[in-house]
Design a protein around this ligand. Structure first.
Ligand code: SF4
Length: 64
């Protein structure tokens, strides 16, 4: 399925939690030290991980 995920990079502290939970969707930009979304198209299993990542972000800056 496809959804629109967005990270508020002004708020992101680059902790890497989202990437640890769901590396197929989130990645840390080495230069910026901020998270980015690398896939907007994923299956239901990955969707659950994305939900977990959203809930686990300490800043709450992942919107989806
Ligand atoms: S969990 Fe939140 S604050 Fe941490 S890297 Fe991901 S988007 Fe940024």
């Amino acid at each position: 399925m496809s959804v629109s995920l967005r990270i508020d990079i002004d708020e992101c502290i680059g902790c890497g939690v989202c990437m640890e939970i769901c590396p197929s969707v989130f990645r840390l930009d080495d230069d910026e030290g901020k998270a980015m979304v690398i896939s907007q198209d994923y299956d239901d299993k990955t969707k659950d991980l994305v939900k977990e990542a959203i809930e686990s972000c300490p800043i709450g800056c992942i919107n989806g």
